[in-house]
Design a protein around this ligand. Structure first.
Ligand code: MN
Length: 500
């Protein structure tokens, strides 16, 4: 069957504020002490009134600008009513018909590698609910409610249905996450629920008469990993195809409602939950306790000035300025903005982007993982690593000796000593690792090694043209002159044997 996959994503991102959206209660992630971060407003005590956290609003504007959205000069708050145990007020404060931002976009690569713009319908600010904790032991114990998270600021980002594969959806989420992290508006930590995703999926099936038949729209709720988003989409494609072949039911047919489905990560399947409420069921109306928010051009510009370079621009700069491979660039950029900064400083000091990338993606990342360190805690700072890499670039240190220096630097730094470019020189000096550029000294050593009785056979083989016989001799020479460049030593051995 010929068909097109149509996907729109709704992403909730938790903003990096110290306090909640409408009260000065901490937003710290604290699942081990439920209901301890609950000021009177969070639990909806009578008489409490919300006051807007202006910082949350500014972060939301910054995020929206990063998504190329227009910012509303005037926006208001609405009550979205529904009944659920983790929502003590009986309504969520959200934005209905006047979102704070709209008409944005971000880019992904389509299947042919071309840039494809995914439109963003709107991004609005709202408060989070609490968390229901259901007994999963099967013993039928009570369900519990934790309201620590109630009132935390969320930015809900709604895309147009422009995504046409699970791979594009994944890219959209990766890019969105990078934008939020680089702008420092959210950590997007999925384990802690700072980024949650719902996927709207259906198919446009091309029928024999050429007419397009859209399958009934499905919203898969609460996907808590990017892999689950992809798996849920793949599953829905198969399921909707099968169902269409069986029933022929189309979106728009009488009685066909949007369906909400859950995702079972263990089975990789979705399951029916309920028919979806539409806007009327929520009985939205403007919140009378909150004043509308106005923004002037000057205020929007002031926020725009605080924005760093966006990931798409930085990616392009990494490619052109440092000549990085796509792979190295993605490893560095996807790790964190901090690692990108670390790399760039190292590259600038060493004067060689490719060499710097090798050290950062291999040696530095390996140590971070092994030692469970964040890049900001890593004792070998760019000024030191850059100085060491520069020596390699200048031919004053071999890559192999560089590994030894790097290990020594790390050990010195981890035991609490401060490091500087001078420490690099000191270690090279102490370990005798400087590249010996005195070819006279190397030549003398080679001649001495070649004259050793034990090497008579190797010398014979070399004269007979067996170049691999140079191996053991190179080893012995390198032992004598530690900083020698192995490739140069090899060439000199071959020449000396030939000339003798
Ligand atoms: Mn929402």
């Amino acid at each position: 069957m010929d068909y097109k996959i149509v996907i729109g994503l709704e992403v909730h991102v938790q903003l990096l504020t110290q306090t909640k959206l409408f009260t000065a209660c901490t937003t710290e992630f604290n699942p081990d002490a439920p209901n301890t971060q609950t000021q009177p407003l969070c639990i909806a005590l009578p008489g409490t009134l919300p006051v807007l956290n202006r910082h949350a609003y500014e972060l939301a504007v910054k995020a929206a600008l990063g998504l190329n959205c227009s910012i509303a000069k005037f926006t208001k708050w609405d009550r979205k009513q529904y009944f659920y145990p983790d929502l003590p007020k009986g309504y969520q404060i959200s934005q209905y018909d006047m979102p704070m931002s709209f008409d944005g976009w971000l880019e992904v690569d389509d299947a042919d590698g071309h840039k494809k713009k995914i439109r963003i319908l709107r991004a609005h600010l709202e408060e989070d609910a609490g968390k229901n904790i259901h007994d999963e032991s099967g013993r039928g114990e009570d369900s519990k409610v934790d309201l620590n998270r109630a009132g935390t600021p969320l930015l809900e980002i709604v895309s147009e249905p422009d995504l046409s594969s699970a791979a594009e959806a994944r890219q959209y989420l990766d890019e969105l996450r990078l934008i939020m992290q680089y702008l420092e508006v959210s950590d997007c930590n999925m384990q802690e629920g700072s980024l949650r995703c719902d996927a709207n999926v259906n198919l446009h099936i091309v029928q024999e008469d050429g007419q397009i038949a859209p399958t009934p729209l499905v919203e898969v709720k609460n996907l808590n990993s990017f892999r689950n988003v992809e798996a849920a989409i793949d599953f829905e494609v198969e399921r909707q195809l099968e169902e269409f072949q069986l029933t022929g039911r189309k979106w728009g047919d009488p009685g066909v409602m949007k369906e909400t489905r859950g995702f079972d990560a263990n089975r990789g399947t979705t399951f029916a939950q309920r028919g979806k409420e539409d806007a009327a069921d929520y009985r939205y109306f403007p919140d009378p306790d909150l004043a509308p928010v106005t923004m002037t051009d000057e205020e929007i510009d002031a926020i725009r000035k605080t924005m760093c370079e966006l990931p798409a621009d930085r990616r392009e700069r990494m490619r052109t300025v440092y000549e990085l491979s796509d792979y190295d660039r993605e490893v560095i950029m996807n790790h964190s903005p901090q690692l990108s900064d670390y790399f760039e400083e190292t590259a600038k000091i060493s004067g060689d982007g490719k060499q710097a990338a090798n050290w950062v993606t291999q040696d530095v990342l390996r140590e971070l993982n092994d030692r469970d360190l964040a890049i900001d805690e890593f004792p070998v700072r760019p000024v030191v690593l850059g100085a060491m890499v520069k020596k390699i670039v200048d031919g004053d240190l071999t890559v192999k000796s560089g590994r030894e220096v790097f290990a020594a630097l790390l050990e010195t730094g981890l035991s609490g000593n401060s490091l500087s470019p001078a420490t690099v020189d000191q270690i090279i000096e102490e370990k005798g690792l400087a590249v010996v550029k005195d070819t006279g000294a190397i030549e003398a050593t080679i001649k001495e090694v070649l004259s050793r009785d034990q090497n008579a056979k190797s010398v014979e083989d070399l004269k007979g043209g067996k170049q691999q016989a140079a191996g053991p001799i190179i080893g012995q020479v390198m032992k004598e002159v530690k900083g020698a460049d192995a490739k140069m030593v090899r060439e000199m051995i071959l020449k000396i044997v030939q000339d003798s």
